[in-house]
Design a binder for this molecule. Sequence first.
Ligand code: SF4
Length: 402
Amino acid sequence: MENIYDGVSLFSGGLDSILAARVLADQGLRMLCLHFWSPFFGSPSSSARERWKRLYGVEVEALDCSREMAALVSGWPPHGFGKVMNPCVDCKILLLRLAKRRMEELGAKFIATGEVMGQRPMSQRRDVLNTIRREAGVDGLLLRPLSALHLEPTPMETSGLVDRSRLLGIHGRGRQDQLALAKAYGFEEIPSPGGGCWLAERENARRYWPIRTRLGSPSASDYRLAAWGRQYWLLAEGQACWLVMGRNSYDNETLKKSQESEDLLAGVCDYPGPLALLRRGRSWTDEARRLAGAMIASYAPKAVQAGGEIGVWMKERSGVQTVVRVLPDMERTSFTRMTFDEVKAEKHLEASRHQAEENLERERRRRERLERKAAEPAPSAGEAGESQPAGANPDSPPEQGS
Ligand code: SF4
């Protein structure tokens, strides 16, 4: 493939990612911005890309990482979750791995990011930045142009591909430097520092958490559905039943489009009312469907006013339809929504369990090492005190971080 790019740049659409790409492009480097999107962040829309080009002069390619992000959030991320449900360290490692793959396909030579040292408490500390770089396999390929002057020169700088003197030394949480730079570039619209991520918001964690802990093998489309309507859960005979209730006509239309082969779409017969989606509803028990029907009916005020039993239709994607007769559940207690405190408590428990497993594993490895050492034959008198292996010198200088 013809090499038309010098580097690729992670691009969330936030100010820092825009500035990182512009600082490099201003040196004459040919940069392609990679905009990853998933149910949790980013946008696949071509109009967003055209807008970025028009407003900031950057060329952007959108890349779908929905499957990988859904898998990351559904498991326990190796570096854990942040304050809410944001697995930032592992997310960055993942995006850098994907960016490296794209960089290689394009024949480009490095990956830039808009990270600013010291800006975020966890994922932008120097030691964490080094962990991310190492675990993503991008040693010697990663350039952080906004904070480069606080970091060791990279091979891209020492080789002369990138002019280090035109990189920046921004540090910390202040925004003045970035805003001054945006002004110098003449940006008419100044976006927020990052691109926005729903995993970092409490309200969304209430929607996502039960999907990862109750649904069983959630997919990206499950997390996508979490963005719509009111979300309710019921545990019935060991089965987790997920009901999404439309709040307006836009939600209702989206629920129709989101119906998958195992889902049921539902609504009230003879009265106006919301549409609802019963995810994997075909496998629910009759009782769970009846409770869902009562819940849906309770959101149809005219049906409630009429009093007595009413019908709620439930339709498979194939068109097969059944009707359940229910009394509207005015208490709405059958299906419930998680609070953020419940999410926090479950997250804490899961973190403790993983920590305990890690400690056990560490201890097991330590014992194995000791046993292996004890089984080794003792050195003869002549061998004792021979020179130490390379790297074992206690006076060696510590490894340099970049
Ligand atoms: S805030 Fe969201 S998009 Fe950003 S690193 Fe964290 S998880 Fe990833």
